[in-house]
Design a protein around this ligand. Sequence first.
Ligand code: ADE
Length: 423
Amino acid sequence: MATAEKGYDIADIALADEGQRRIEWEDRHMPVLQSIRERFEKEKPLDGVTLGCCLHVTTETANLARTLAAGGANVALCASNPLSTQDDVAAALVDRYGAEVYAINAEDNDSYYRHIHAIVDKGPQITMDDGADVVGVLHGERSDKLSGVLGGTEATTTGVIRLKALERQGKLGYPIIAVNDAKTKHFFDNRYGTGQSTLDGVIRATNVLIAGLRVVVIGYGWCGRGVAMRAKGHGAHVIVCEVDPLRALEALMDGFEVMPAVEAARVGDVFISVTGDRDAIAGEMFNVMKSGAIVCNSGHFDVEVNKDDLDAITVEKFETRPLVEGHRTKDGREIFLLADGRLVNLAAAEGHPAAVMDMSFANQALAAEHVVHDHGYLDKKVYPVPEEIDKEIARLKLASRGVEIDTLSDKQQEYLASWDQGT
Ligand code: ADE
């Protein structure tokens, strides 16, 4: 294994060939990012900028890293989850694309944080987070490096929630663009990406037939909507559990059964948490689950399934298939936990497909350019992605699919701007 001093720490550099092939395959499905890369190659908007990225180390992220490097950036990348790293991708990034990568699949907590520190050691001028772990370290133990940061970006709902908490307390050390909140990100990545990749993860891990099962989706934000929609598409009977009355009503009118989680626990076959909060699957729920229940999480952190509560009623743990941990309970039931309660879509499958990450990562690349260009005008706040960027990405994505759309006539525009034109 290589060491941090050499500028990387990855599982096996010999995997680079396989990694490169897979990265290039996914690039074919990322036309928006490709077009940004071509422009970045000419204009070098990130010239000499050190980017500290903490993202899932996947083929799609590799194509983002290539784009940032094409813009002139020095890219240092660590993992945003210990189970999502694709070791062949890490190898190709180091060996073929000149990035510094600190990430090893299934690394332990010490290694995970050591790698975040390795990124911080580089003195990043821009941070690119998925879950705000680099921001957390920079605002904690490593505040020595805070003053050198011009700005950052954040990819996910959970991270934006943490950043807004920092901002509210007046402690945010630099401006951050909430990439997650761009429409071309969360309408698509959170919904269609999480929807497809979560079902993909459950199926790859277990090989169960979804049709006819009762699938319990806990949380009906954009991710939950996507998971429920795709589970229904597979023929599941979907039950939604939600604490927000508006979202619960939406789930009901979208055709799903809605009930409290502990009631759903009695009847469910597969449980999927997507809440962004802790203890979504916990306590009494485990006591009433049917034998054979499958439990997993597709929210950012592994706090959504309370593993201590499950362990407390477990008399024996047994391995079944990779990433499927069997728990025999005191009363003789079997409950199966997938991917140790970590993101099932990234741990058991490959995360969101490239075609949707295309837009998420186009937002990341353009937000980084925006920070370099405009950081002088930005305060220490959480900012949205500028609307022009969001719209441009949607336009580019439509164009890449050969889809044309209408434009408003002058009369229509005038009508929309008026208040006095009735029937
Ligand atoms: N988050 C969800 N899916 C992802 C992917 N394929 N690559 C990087 N981050 C992701």
